[in-house]
Design a protein around this ligand. Structure first.
Ligand SMILES: *Cc1c(COP(=O)(O)O)cnc(C)c1O
Length: 391
């Protein structure tokens, strides 16, 4: 008897349902049509020279080998000092921080470390694309809580309704990508109260902590009873315009950070020794650096808000991040994906359809996202082209 052929191996793997990369698609279209690419969110200018020089010095000093798994001590001290100085958080650099390959790895490691298969992770919808993918890798289920249009506000009653006996983690992101919303102190207190009442862990993605246009960022870890249940994530990519360096970190109570470190050790092990030296210096930049960076970005936000409004989009000025959400329906458009696929050819500009950030694409169909972390001349050029192309 001929044995039955073995079943074909699964060739698409765990992330089969997450296969489409809209950033790659829109960037390819941008290239084909030589479009101004306001799709993927990376700045078109470098971060501070002094920080670049620190990286060069670290290279010249021969720092080429593996850093310690938890990160260079100098960087961990700088992270702890930054959290104390800005937020009054008292973090032990040796036990309560871990340096990661961007916030992306911190997020993956935290979800893999803190959830078990079958657990539910509640996240604000629309959500950053790797949230759902990483939850899937962990065998957990992402449960979306939709931010309410038109201002993308969190109604904490929606959050309360999403919590079940299986909920393990609240995955927050403030300032929020893609909407630019910032949770208010009142909302943060209500979220914290829910986390305490249901004994949940919080993973708080604060990569845009320095890109807040009104007031100062408030980490949920600083609220009463929250430090011990919260892992806070951040990154040098967004704060200092070094997205390609991929230096991120997580901080939180020693027991949670230890489990995150254990997972991270088997993801990247460690990375970016010279860049870690440089980011240690970046975190100690004077307050004027951060103020000037935010002021510059605020001007560009206003330019884009006014410009897109004048073209007929419905936009609300984002309160943080470098993304602006535009509703295309006043233009007679209905589908962001179609709109964004056509836009590079039609107007020479690329954007991202917001529906890819929704569990239910219908809910985000009318929105597209423009990144405004580009030079003013580039943004003006994009607005001119849109005016022409959409006319
Ligand atoms: C960019 C981004 C990340 C990833 O940060 P890296 O440091 O580039 O890995 C994580 N979360 C959000 C919301 C982001 O926008």
């Amino acid at each position: 008897m001929v044995p039955a052929a073995p079943a074909a191996p699964a060739r698409r793997g765990r992330l089969a349902a997450h296969g489409h990369n809209v950033f790659a698609e829109m960037s390819a279209l941008a290239e084909r049509y030589d479009a101004v690419n306001l799709g993927q969110g990376f700045p078109d200018t470098a971060g501070p020279d002094s920080v670049v020089e620190a990286a060069v010095r670290a290279l010249r000093a021969g720092h080429h080998q593996y850093p310690p798994v938890p990160g260079l001590p100098a960087l961990r001290r700088a992270i702890a000092d930054h959290q104390r100085r800005r937020y009054g958080l008292d973090i032990d650099p040796d036990r309560e921080t871990v340096v990661t390959t961007g916030a992306s790895e911190a997020l993956a490691a935290a979800l893999l470390a803190l959830t078990s298969p079958g657990d539910e992770v509640v996240a604000l919808e629309p959500f950053y694309d790797s949230y759902a993918a990483c939850a899937t890798l962990a065998g957990a289920t992402l449960v979306p809580v939709r931010l309410r249009a038109p201002d993308f506000t969190l109604d904490t009653r929606d959050l309360a309704a999403a919590i079940t006996g299986r909920t393990r983690v609240l995955l927050l992101n403030t300032p929020h990508n893609p909407t630019g919303a910032v949770l208010t102190p009142g909302q943060l207190h209500e979220v914290a109260a829910l986390a305490r009442a249901h004994d949940l862990l919080v993973i708080s993605d604060e990569v845009y902590e320095h890109l807040v246009f009104d007031g100062v960022h408030q980490p949920i870890a600083a609220l009463p009873g929250m430090f011990e249940r919260t892992v806070t994530l951040s990154s040098a990519g967004k704060s200092f315009s070094f997205t390609g360096w991929k230096v991120g970190w997580a901080s939180g109570p020693a027991d949670l950070v230890t489990t995150v470190r254990e997972v991270k050790q088997h993801l990247s092990f460690a990375a970016g020794t010279p860049f870690q030296y440089a980011v240690a210096e970046a975190l100690r930049l004077p307050e004027e650096y951060f103020t000037a960076a935010t002021d510059s970005l605020r001007r560009r936000r206003d330019l884009m808000t006014d410009g897109l409004r004048a073209l007929g989009f419905d936009v609300r000025p984002p309160q943080g991040t470098y993304f602006i959400t535009a509703d295309i329906t006043p233009l007679g458009e209905r589908d962001g994906m179609e709109f964004c696929r056509a836009l590079p050819g039609r107007a020479g500009v690329a954007a991202i359809p917001q529906q890819v950030f929704y569990a239910d694409p219908d809910a985000g169909r009318r929105y597209v996202r423009f990144a405004f972390c580009k030079r003013e001349t580039v943004l003006r050029e994009a607005l001119d082209r849109l005016k022409e192309g959409l006319a």
